[in-house]
Design a protein around this ligand. Structure first.
Ligand SMILES: [Zn+2]
Length: 536
């Protein structure tokens, strides 16, 4: 009996093939267990019997060898990827690699080549052994039995949790990479193709020799959960201590989702002109035409239905960097952690770049669901007794961490402005939209029901100006400070930013700039739900 079972196991799981499949998984566990595929052993073992069915059915060795070759190629790529990038192969990382310039890549490879060889040579020997050690052709009934069992397990798994959860847990990483590569990558490329850099008629009216503007786009941050805006819990200990941020307290977002809010903020499109986003001129077009070097540094995943359009703008920047590279889809990125502090290093590099005029956009992961994936343990300060309170506590922890992130970014900008005294520097932080964390109607998230709960759109909006800015444009500073309570919708951010940076253009409508003395504070704030926000 035992002999039979062993025989069956040997037939279904040939030892060399199993090693080829599992070595990359174990390597991942050793290098970084947190970001590796926890279900990797399970999902791979599940699929091996299925992959060998063609061989047992046809009794042709070539089918077994093809399976071996298939797994070897994937394993080879995964090992290389783990050793070089310390993370799993993902569509997002493939995109990041393709964006890296060749010199950087080859330098990097040079440093790492010894550790690569140490792993890849034995791995290749294993491949050879696997090709010649072909399992004897037993009766295929075992395989049918096992294939059936596998399908049964898959079925059980699908029933016990949602289908998409099964897709994450029950399929090997490479299968998810391939799927996204075929579907999402094509859509991403289409978005990039449709959104080429446009020349814009602009004139830089100031004659500053050095100029820097930083736009920090947050995610799902509700000002109602920030102590800077009088929230009862202390979620902004750092920002509250600063005396150099100008706090605008009456800003709302036009929409209640990431794509539309971000696109309306960074393009000329707004709720009234309703220009299609991909045909609108955007901030990268404007700053590029004005002679700025442009940067897009993002901790949002680059690929996916929710990201492609925004990423296509990022791809137009002179330098674009995506640091959130563990994911194959929008769904996966919601489940996995990629802390915003990963932006510090590339941001610091951009600040130190020698270009005299620079425009940097930072796109945060902020307080995106799942909230408890958005902060490290150190920021796990607030706790809740019941599930609902725990959710609120986790959201508040993410805001507390965001306080640290924004404060650190402002510090970096400030230090940079002290180092480069001639540089005229300004920065804006705002969130894309708000978040309803059981604040109204007992709802969670930022979904659109018939009309928005107010908390879906009430966002923080902060401005930071360097001393050099304040000295050289004191009149402007007075206007900015006088407007902090004015009602504003962030779809007019485009005009405000042109104005703040002294960029004159036929595109600029002064009455839409929050920083202009002609600012129209009588605009009716009828948001995308068709309701006047101020009458709610
Ligand atoms: Zn969002």
């Amino acid at each position: 009996m035992i002999e039979k079972i062993l025989e069956l196991i040997e037939q279904v799981y040939p030892k060399y093939l199993v090693l080829i499949v599992l070595i990359p998984v174990f390597l991942g566990y050793i290098i970084d267990f947190d970001v590796s595929d926890k279900y990797g052993i399970f999902s791979n073992l599940l699929w091996i019997p299925i992959a060998t069915i063609p061989y047992y059915l046809t009794k042709k060795k070539i089918f077994y060898q093809l399976t071996v070759v298939f797994y070897f190629i994937i394993g080879f790529l995964e090992i290389t990827h783990w050793l070089l990038l310390k993370g799993p192969l993902s569509v997002a990382s493939l995109l990041a690699i393709s964006n890296t310039n060749f010199n950087e890549a080859s330098e990097f490879l040079g440093i790492q080549s010894i550790s690569l060889m140490l792993f890849l040579i034995p791995y290749t020997i294993l491949f050879y052994l696997s090709l010649i050690d072909i399992p004897k052709n037993y009766k295929p009934k075992y395989i049918f039995f096992l294939g059936g069992l596998t399908l049964f397990i898959i079925g059980m798994f699908s029933f016990s949790s949602s289908t998409s959860k099964f897709l994450v847990k029950g399929t090997p990483q490479f299968a998810r990479v391939s799927y996204s590569f075929v579907y999402d990558f094509r859509k991403y490329n289409m978005a990039v193709e449709n959104n080429k850099l446009k020349e814009v008629e602009v004139e830089l009216v100031s004659n500053f020799k050095e100029q820097l503007f930083v736009l920090i786009i947050g995610e799902s941050a509700s000002r109602n959960h920030m102590s800077l805006y009088n929230y009862r819990k202390e979620t902004n200990p750092k920002l509250k201590k600063r005396n150099d941020v100008i706090v605008f307290d009456n800003v709302v977002s036009p929409y209640s989702n990431t794509i539309e809010t971000v696109m309306s903020m960074i393009t000329e499109s707004n709720l009234e002109n309703k220009l299609p986003f991909h045909k609108s001129k955007d901030l990268i077009d404007v700053f590029h035409s004005a002679g700025f070097k442009t940067y897009w540094i993002s901790n949002q995943p680059p690929l996916g239905w929710a990201e492609n359009l925004i990423s296509s703008i990022g791809a137009k920047a002179d330098k674009s960097k995506f640091v959130n590279i563990l994911n194959n889809s929008s769904y996966e990125s919601d489940l996995k952690s990629s802390l915003d502090e990963k932006l510090f290093e590339p941001f610091s590099n951009a600040l130190n770049d020698k270009a005299s005029k620079k425009f940097i956009i930072l796109h945060l992961m902020g307080s995106h669901l799942l909230y408890n994936k958005r902060y490290p343990e150190k920021f796990n300060v607030f706790k809740g007794e019941i599930e609902k309170h725990q959710m609120i506590a986790e959201y508040d922890n993410s805001i507390l961490y965001n306080d640290f992130v924004i404060d650190s970014l402002f510090n970096m900008i400030k230090l940079n402005s002290i180092k480069y005294t001639k540089q005229i520097t300004s920065a804006i932080y705002l969130s894309d939209h708000g978040e309803n964390v059981y604040d109204e109607l007992d709802l969670l998230g930022h979904h659109v029901i018939e009309t928005f709960p107010k908390s879906n759109v009430e966002i923080p909006f902060l401005v930071w100006l360097s001393s050099s800015f304040k000295i050289s444009a004191s009149v402007k500073v007075n206007i900015i400070e006088a407007n902090i309570h004015k009602p504003f919708v962030s779809d007019d951010l485009f005009h405000s930013i042109l104005d703040l940076n002294n960029i004159e253009s036929p595109l600029l409508e002064e009455q839409r700039s929050l920083f202009h003395d002609n600012f129209n504070d009588k605009r009716l704030r009828v948001l995308s739900d068709g309701i006047n926000y101020d009458k709610k």
